[in-house]
Design a protein around this ligand. Structure first.
Ligand SMILES: *Cc1c(COP(=O)(O)O)cnc(C)c1O
Length: 450
């Protein structure tokens, strides 16, 4: 095998289709339900929120969806993204395992989020929509959408969770530089926001509240639609560009993964990497174990209930069958902002129920320790979210050191931490804590399930 570190595809080898895993599953996932009638939602129910093209992608049974040329043109600003062999990390760990990471931090905003922001903005613009609303936590999704809207001449309005808005001014400045308007959430601009502020004037917000505000605004204006950065089928579909590229890069490397690990907030970077490999697994062409890693403080897969729940706090969204901690759940203020969502993608939840993937939860101190180790050997400071995946990689690589197994591990390094360095500051200063999520708090939150 060639002693290479970096596997790069030519622009000409950029995949031109996204992969839809649903037709390859033994059964399809349960449909979203209308919160009033409890009947499956139809396209008409979703039309105030999403353009037709995305509603169709949400329910399509086609295995492949062509990527529009206009989207490929924007993708080429940073895609194909590199696949690295982590030789220096392997050496530092003294492991016989071979560790590969697919690096999405090369995108304009430093994460995988533009892979779906760009097509979402494109389809909206094509259908005459002039403004998109959305929510953002730490700011990765908001900045991806702001960038994407700038590509297609759309206005962009983002509700950012108050805690991040106050603590992390750089993401807001990035969104504004790309032309977006940013409001702290909860805000006085929406009914959902005012209701929360009336009860909790000092609320620091949550993703669930910010989603309510953005959805409410979109539903009220015929020229405005809403965009979601994770969780939904069409988002995971767009992210499969990651796994499709990685498959081709593994061919270049002449290797086959035995284990895939990815961090899961709403499930999009994990699904994006894993689904094309799951296709290969279901077809019997390879047999990797596929493992999701979530924060111990927000463990929707490993401790949540598989039930119908709202995607937001105010209960404005359709009911989604998913692993959930309850739509009122407000996780501890852990540093991986992108993993602080109460639910998990219905598609990932379904695949987990089918037993096709595994899940584990890891506390944030172990994750940041892995992030520092990775940074010092590979030279990339990982975003707080993928440190969860790296911690799981390192656990496995150290097991291989004991057993001598030459396991091939692949992970999605879905972003860098250049705008999240205060989290590393807290870790390095010894100020980071692992708060256990108690059964009592969880039970209280689950009691609010509809
Ligand atoms: C948003 C985000 C996540 C969490 O979202 P998923 O849909 O689970 O991928 C993870 N990592 C980074 C860098 C993010 O920006």
């Amino acid at each position: 095998m060639a002693e290479r570190t970096k596997y790069i595809l030519d622009e000409a080898d950029l995949p031109t289709q996204w992969y839809n895993v649903i037709p390859d599953l033994p059964e399809p996932p349960p449909p979203p339900l209308h919160p009033g009638t409890r009947e499956p939602v139809g396209p008409a129910d979703l039309a105030p929120l999403f353009p037709q093209a995305l509603i169709e992608q949400e329910v399509t049974t086609e295995r492949y969806v062509d990527i529009p040329e206009e989207v490929l043109e924007v993708y080429r600003l940073w895609r194909p993204s590199p696949l690295f062999r982590a030789r220096r990390l392997e050496k530092a760990l003294g492991t016989p395992a071979r560790i590969y990471y697919k690096y999405e931090g090369v995108s304009p905003v430093g994460s995988h989020k533009p892979n779906t922001a760009v097509p979402q903005a494109f389809y909206n613009a094509q259908e005459g929509v002039t403004r998109l609303t959305s929510e953002t936590g730490a700011g990765q999704w908001g900045s991806a959408l702001a960038f994407a809207c700038a590509q297609f001449g759309l206005e962009c309005e983002v509700w950012q969770v108050r805690a991040s808005y106050d603590q992390k001014p750089y993401r807001k400045l990035m969104m504004e530089t790309f032309g977006a308007t940013v409001h702290p959430s909860p805000s006085e601009l929406t009914e959902s926001g005012r209701a929360i502020l009336k009860q909790h004037p000092d609320s620091t917000g949550s993703l669930g509240i910010a989603i309510s505000e953005a959805v409410e605004q979109a539903a009220q204006d015929p020229d405005t639609r809403y965009a979601l950065g994770s969780v939904l089928n069409h988002v995971l579909l767009h992210q499969t560009i990651i796994g499709e590229e990685a498959l081709r890069q593994f061919q270049l490397a002449g290797d086959t993964p035995d284990l895939l690990v990815g961090c899961t907030g709403g499930g999009s970077n994990f699904g994006g990497l894993a689904f094309p490999f799951l296709r290969e697994k279901l077809a019997g062409r390879m047999d990797p174990v596929i493992r999701a890693v979530e924060p111990a403080a927000c463990p929707s897969l490993t401790r949540g209930r598989y039930a119908y729940d709202f995607g937001d706090t105010a209960g404005l969204t359709p009911l989604l069958k998913m692993h959930t901690l309850g739509h009122d759940f407000i996780p501890d203020p852990i540093h991986a902002g992108g993993l602080r969502y109460h639910g998990m993608s219905p598609l990932i939840s379904h695949i987990y129920e089918l037993g096709l993937i595994e899940a584990i939860a890891i506390g944030q101190q172990e994750c940041f320790s892995a992030g520092v180790r990775f940074a010092r050997s590979e030279g990339i400071i990982p975003a707080p979210e993928p440190t969860h995946a790296l911690a799981a990689c390192i656990q496995e690589a150290l097991r291989c050191k004991e057993t001598g197994e030459e396991k091939v591990i692949l992970t999605a390094l879905c972003g860098h931490a250049h705008l999240d360095l205060p989290a590393y500051g807290a870790y390095l200063a010894g100020d980071m804590v692992d708060d256990e999520l108690s059964d009592a708090v969880l039970a209280q939150s689950l009691a609010t399930l509809p």
